[in-house]
Write a protein that binds this ligand. Structure first.
Ligand SMILES: O=C(CO)COP(=O)(O)O
Length: 254
């Protein structure tokens, strides 16, 4: 379960949220489900200090990185810097970056490679907009994004990538894809990984669904064969809601 905080929370609020999450989830729950938070850059040091200091079983990462290692790139943050802060993950190719910062498939591919260079697991976001969905072109659209983002990678590298299917029309809109919609595309992603990199790699690569995931919808999404986890935006900065989402196995058990 990965919580993308987006551009929310200052470092004091981040501190409080992580403490609330840690206090509400016991060791067993944090062992059964991998819980990761993805704060803004300015909160990473705070989260690192908490996680290290209290030996919390919570992972963390960033929401973007530069394709470059260092140099004259004002305003950019490199994978090297993120790795030094103990990040395990970094979001790459989020639709908000594709839309507002005009990131194209080639840049996303170079960011995936930069992340892997510094031992960060890229959370690669792909997904179609409403027009593509209404035209019935969502599967080929998403597969083309996947192919472009993974171009030039070995099977071993692909296994470290986490693929997140996030239909743009479901992000922040309250419109969750149905579990069947999510499965259709996540299944197609796994099939494509199998064709391109072999069955073992397809099996080992984690595929998440993202888009208006809430405590009430997470269990039915997680019940789908090819949905291995969720990438959650809005609901991940609400401590109670997020804790309920991370406790999804309890909902299933009930
Ligand atoms: O973009 C998302 C996660 O990366 C999803 O955001 P919401 O959960 O707010 O729809």
């Amino acid at each position: 379960m990965a919580g993308n905080w987006k551009m929310n929370l200052n470092h004091l609020e981040a501190n409080l949220l992580v403490q609330k999450i840690a206090a509400s989830l016991n060791e067993q729950q944090l062992t059964d489900v991998e819980v990761v938070v993805l704060p803004s850059f300015t909160n990473l040091r705070t989260v690192q200090t908490l996680v290290d200091g209290d030996k919390l079983l919570i992972g963390y990462g960033a929401q973007d990185l530069s394709p470059h290692a260092k140099g004259a790139y004002t305003g950019e943050i490199s994978g090297l810097m993120l790795a030094k802060l103990g990040c395990q993950y970094v979001v790459v190719g989020h639709s908000e970056r594709r839309q507002y910062h005009h990131e194209d498939d080639a840049l996303v591919n170079s960011k995936v490679k930069a992340a892997l260079t510094y031992e960060l697991a890229p959370i690669l976001c792909i997904g179609e907009g409403l027009e593509v969905r209404e035209a019935g072109e969502h599967v080929p659209h998403v597969i083309a994004q996947l192919d472009a983002a993974l171009d030039g990678l070995t099977a071993a590298q692909v296994e470290r990538v986490v693929v997140a299917y996030e239909p743009v029309w479901a992000i922040g809109t309250g419109k969750t894809a149905t579990p069947e919609d999510a499965q259709e595309v996540c299944g197609a992603i796994r099939a494509r990984l199998g064709e391109a990199f072999g069955a073992t790699t397809a099996e080992r690569t984690r595929i998440l669904y993202g888009g208006s995931v809430k405590a009430t919808s997470v269990a039915s999404l997680m019940a789908q064969q090819d949905v291995d986890g969720a990438l959650v935006g809005g609901a991940s900065i609400d401590a109670e809601e997020w804790v309920q989402i991370c406790r999804f196995p309890d909902h299933i058990a009930r």
